[in-house]
Design a protein around this ligand. Structure first.
Ligand SMILES: *Cc1c(COP(=O)(O)O)cnc(C)c1O
Length: 372
C-alpha cells in the first residue's frame, strides 16, 4: 500500500517552507568523496574545542542524568548575571539561541504581522517568522557589507512587530557602529520588539568601533532582547545552550510561557557554567581565530576575491563561480563551506575560520577549484 501523502494536512505556511540548510556532516563528505581529511568550515564551529574544565564537569555530572535539569538554569543564571551586570530575572535560556528565536517568533508573531530584517541573513531569522505566516521585509545590506540604516529606518516608519538581525552579521561578518546603532534605536517605538542577535559577540568585543550594545540598550525605553550563545566562542555547539538578555523581567516571563520547561539539559547547564569559568581558554581561542581570520582574509584578497572585513569567526566572499558549484568542487578536496543561496548572493560563500591546518586546506582547495 502506498502511504497517504500527509502534505495537505500541514498548515499552508509549512507546506510552502523550505527546509533549513544545515549543511553536510564530515562523515557524509568522507563517504561521498572518499577523502579522509575533512575541513568542516560550513557551520562556524570553534576548532579549538571547549575548555578541559568542561570535560571534567560533564564527567562528574553524568551520574545525575536520571534527574530532570533545573528548569530555571539557576547556577548558570546567577553566574551569567554577575558576569554581565544584569539582574538574574533579565536572563532567558534556550536549547541553543535558535530555540529562543523560535520561541520569540511564536510569542510575538501572528499571521500577517511584519518582521523587518536584513538580507543576506541567518536562515532561521526568516524561516521561523515565515512558518507563522508573518510578512518579511528584508532590507538588503549595502556594498561592502554595511548595514543600510536609511533603508531600515524607512522600514520602521510603519512599526513592524519585530526587528531581528545579527550583528556581527551572519553571514556578512560586519557589525553596526555605535552611531548606526544609535540611529536605529532612536527610531524604535514600543510597538516593535528588537531582537539583537549577538551570537558572535565574543569575537567582536574589543575590536575598535564595536559598540557596547548591552550597555546602550540598558538605556533604551522600548522592548529588546539580546541573544548570545555558548555554541561559538565557547565551543559548545553540540550541547545546545543559548541565552537572551531581556529589557525587563516581564519580557522574560512571556518567553517562559512558551518555553518547554527543561529545554536546557542538565549536562549542557553544567558545561556552560564550567566554560564560563575558564576565561583563559576562551581568550586563547578568540585570539587564535581572529589572527587566522586576518591571514585567510589576506590570502583571499591576494586571489583578487571580494572579501568583507569580518568581526566574527568566518569570512563572506564573492567568487566568479556560482557558490553551489564552488561548494561541490571544494567538497571533493574535503572542504565544507556554506554556499549562499539567497537571491543576489548566489556567488557568495561563507567560510568558517578553522585552525591553521584547516584554513590551509581550504586555501589550497580554493586555489585548485578556481578558473585559471
Ligand atoms: C550560530 C548562530 C545562532 C545559533 O546558535 P545556537 O545557540 O547554536 O542555536 C544564532 N544566531 C546566529 C546569527 C548564528 O550564527
Amino acid at each position: 500500500m502506498r502511504p497517504f501523502d500527509p502534505t495537505p494536512l500541514a498548515r499552508r505556511e509549512v507546506r510552502d517552507l523550505e527546509s533549513y540548510n544545515a549543511g553536510l556532516s564530515s562523515e557524509q563528505v568522507s563517504k561521498r568523496f572518499g577523502v579522509s581529511k575533512i575541513a568542516k568550515l560550513g557551520s562556524n564551529e570553534n576548532p579549538y574545542g571547549p575548555s578541559p574544565q568542561v570535560a571534567a564537569a560533564i564527567s562528574s555530572a553524568i551520574i545525575d542524568s536520571g534527574l530532570y535539569p533545573d528548569a530555571s538554569c539557576g547556577l548558570l543564571r546567577d553566574a551569567l548575571a554577575v558576569r554581565l551586570g544584569v539582574a538574574p530575572e533579565q536572563l532567558v535560556f534556550g536549547n541553543g539561541s535558535e530555540d529562543l528565536i523560535a520561541i520569540l517568533c511564536r510569542v510575538f508573531l501572528d499571521h500577517g504581522d511584519t518582521l523587518v530584517t536584513v538580507t543576506p541573513a541567518f536562515g532561521l531569522h526568516t524561516l521561523y517568522p515565515q512558518s507563522l505566516g508573518a510578512h518579511i521585509r528584508a532590507v538588503p545590506m549595502l556594498e561592502g557589507g554595511r548595514f543600510d540604516i536609511d533603508g531600515l529606518l524607512e522600514a520602521l516608519i510603519e512599526p513592524p512587530r519585530m526587528l531581528m538581525f545579527s550583528s556581527p552579521s551572519n553571514p556578512v561578518g560586519s557589525a553596526l557602529s555605535a552611531s548606526q546603532l544609535e540611529r536605529l534605536l532612536e527610531a524604535l517605538t514600543p510597538a516593535t520588539l528588537l531582537v539583537f542577535d549577538e551570537a558572535y559577540y565574543e569575537y567582536a568585543q574589543g575590536s575598535p568601533g564595536y559598540p557596547n550594545v548591552l550597555a546602550r540598550l540598558s538605556q533604551q525605553q522600548t522592548p529588546w532582547i539580546v541573544l548570545r550563545t555558548f555554541s561559538k566562542a565557547y565551543s559548545l555547539a553540540g550541547l545546545r545552550v543559548g541565552y537572551g538578555i531581556v529589557s525587563s523581567p516581564a519580557l522574560g516571563d512571556l518567553i517562559d510561557r512558551l518555553r518547554t520547561p527543561f529545554n536546557v539539559n542538565r549536562i549542557a547547564q553544567v558545561a556552560a557554567f564550567a566554560a564560563l569559568q575558564d576565561e583563559a581558554h576562551l581568550k586563547a581561542g578568540l585570539e587564535a581565530t581572529n589572527r587566522e581570520r586576518e591571514r585567510v582574509a589576506k590570502a583571499l584578497n591576494d586571489m583578487h576575491l571580494t572579501v568583507v572585513p569580518s568581526l566574527a569567526n568566518f569570512l563572506f566572499f564573492k567568487t566568479d563561480n556560482a557558490s553551489d558549484s564552488l561548494h561541490e568542487a571544494l567538497l571533493s578536496h574535503g572542504v565544507i563551506v556554506k554556499p549562499w543561496r539567497e537571491p543576489d548572493y548566489r556567488h557568495w560563500v561563507r567560510v568558517s575560520i578553522g585552525n591553521r591546518e584547516q584554513n590551509d586546506q581550504f586555501l589550497a582547495a580554493l586555489a585548485a577549484s578556481m578558473p585559471h
